[in-house]
Design a protein around this ligand. Structure first.
Ligand code: AAL
Length: 387
């Protein structure tokens, strides 16, 4: 390459600096990884650079297999009554593939009016979007067009847990049987917060029928414990032959809301569930999506808390670290996790799932939520998924 005087004007200082920094002058200074020599290997690093090497799985974002952005596509097949707030679908489970098609379960509300808030709710008027709800399910051949199949878990009769509302399900397949865990409300949501335990229904077939256990399968904690008021958002996986059920609680309630995630482990999906002594195991996130990844478990930590909008990883399934920071994450994501229940010890990650969007939080007049599809790049088996 012919060098003009102007080239040397810029190049000479760079060569001097490169020599001083002991970087060979012919190495492009933007190359990565930088050449480590005896002189540079013990070089002192700033806190930010040390964190990049020591804390994250890969110092460069591009090399971080637990980083993704998210693409959204509307789903076909769901009717929302023109968005008048009387029909809502939200908080989807993981997507499961059985009998050659995809299944998803979700909170379904169909009420004569939209929610009217905790002060104006009645036996037929919902307090919130997930009050007076049931667990419904839908199936699909391609993940984009869905056929709603109807109710899977109706509200049980009073006074069984969930008589007021059953919402926010998580699905499990364990030893060829199926389990749906869900929040079991015995009072209208938001009248005292969202105080509820987790209950379960079980079935021999993915198509049901579902039998309710009518128990507080994962109960709230004892007075003074972090989860004494509510256990929510059940998220079961299989690990080491056991059910690992992650769940959310809001501690400090009713004073200052701080949401965090706990872990409860059981040999039998119907319980008893033993809550982990280190709970909460995550310090953030209103809704999480968990999936086996390599030896450990990865988690989309979606919103709320110091570590919201991060993807986290726990090789021992308990002690989570931030793997990446991202944006526009799927709300209450239910990913398609082919190996969620296979206990393979070598999780392969995810490429898509179902998320929800809600149209309002404080304005009750048309409040409802819709299901949508998200696609992402968190799979070890796909080199360059189309984003
Ligand atoms: C959701 C979930 C739980 C809450 C409510 C319905 O996002 O965290 O399910 O109770 O909001």
């Amino acid at each position: 390459m012919h060098r003009t005087p102007l080239h040397w004007f810029y190049l000479l200082p760079a060569l001097v600096l490169a020599t001083l920094a002991k970087v060979p002058a012919d190495e492009p200074t933007t190359a990565f990884p930088y050449t480590v020599t005896d002189e540079t290997k013990d070089r002192e690093l700033s806190a930010a650079m040390r964190r990049s090497f020591e804390h994250y799985p890969a110092p460069r974002l591009e090399d971080n297999e637990l980083y993704s952005q998210f693409k959204y596509t509307p789903l076909k097949g769901f009717d929302y009554h023109g968005g008048d707030g009387t029909v809502s679908r939200r908080d989807a489970t993981k997507v499961v593939r059985e009998n050659g098609r995809y299944y998803v379960w979700y909170t379904h509300r169909s009420t004569p009016t939209p929610p009217k808030g905790p002060d104006k709710c009645t036996d037929t008027i919902p307090s919130t979007d997930w009050d007076l709800a049931e667990i419904w399910y839908a199936t699909s051949d391609d993940g984009f067009t869905w056929t709603e199949q109807g109710v899977a878990v109706p509200r049980p009769t009073k006074p069984n847990p969930g008589w007021r509302s059953v919402a926010t399900p998580g699905v499990l397949k364990f030893k060829d049987k199926f389990y749906l865990y869900y929040q079991a409300f015995s009072e209208p949501s938001m009248t005292r917060g969202d105080y509820c335990p987790i209950s379960v229904s079980f079935a021999d077939s993915v198509d049901g029928p579902w039998t309710p256990a009518n128990t507080e399968t994962v109960p709230t904690g004892k007075p003074g414990e972090w989860d004494q008021y509510a256990v929510q958002d059940p998220n079961p996986l299989v690990h080491n032959g056991k059910v690992y059920l992650y769940y959310k609680s809001a501690f400090n309630r009713p004073h200052a809301l701080w949401v965090a995630q706990g872990l409860a482990i059981a040999d039998n999906p119907l319980g008893p569930f033993i809550k982990h002594s280190l709970n909460p195991v995550m310090n953030s996130s209103h809704e999480v999506a968990l999936f086996p990844f390599r030896k450990g478990v990865a988690c989309l930590s979606i919103r709320d808390g110091q570590e919201h909008f991060t993807v986290q990883y726990a090789e021992d399934w308990i002690n989570f670290e931030i793997a990446s920071i991202t944006e526009l994450m799927p709300v209450a994501a239910g990913p398609y996790v082919p190996d969620a229940f296979t206990d393979s010890g070598d999780g392969r990650g995810i490429t898509w799932g179902i998320s929800h969007f809600k149209n309002a939080t404080r304005n009750w007049s048309h409040q409802h939520s819709i299901l949508t599809r998200f696609d992402c790049d968190l799979s070890l088996d796909v080199d360059d998924p189309e984003m």
